[in-house]
Ligand binder design. Structure first.
Ligand SMILES: [Mg+2]
Length: 131
């Protein structure tokens, strides 16, 4: 259920808070090389109230510039090796990182995140997936 009603009041959601971290290069459409994830997917995650951001080898300045150009306000940007410390304050029940390399998988594992290869994302409505 949606946690926000049109009354202007924020209600407490019973849905566990989900955090999704996106790699950029090879993962997002604006990456170099471009990846298969369109910004519409990021928008959908955000619309569902998920905590979203990027975890990339790019500098934080570059990451912020990319999100700004895409018109998406994210909750965090970080370097891959700092994924855990940069997201721990969100206190989410599920944390996922989506990326395209074994480096993504390695750092996601270190941070205690679920990891999904961008080329092997579960289909929407698959049990256990985020959509
Ligand atoms: Mg990558």
């Amino acid at each position: 259920m949606n946690s926000r009603e049109n009354t202007g009041q924020v209600t407490v959601s019973s849905t566990p808070l989900v955090l999704v971290s996106f790699d950029i290069d090879g993962t997002l459409e604006a990456g170099d090389p471009p990846g298969p994830i369109p910004f519409t997917l990021v928008d959908e995650a955000k619309a569902r109230g998920y905590i979203i951001g990027s975890s990339s080898d790019r500098t934080l300045t570059e990451q912020r510039a990319m999100w700004h150009a895409a018109g998406i306000e994210v909750d965090f940007v970080c370097n891959k090796h700092r994924l855990s410390e940069m997201t721990s304050h969100f206190n989410c029940e599920r944390k996922l990182h989506i990326g395209d390399t074994t480096s993504d998988e390695y750092y996601a594992g270190l941070a205690g995140f679920e990891f999904h290869y961008v080329t092997q994302l579960p289909a929407p409505a698959t049990r256990g997936w985020i959509f």
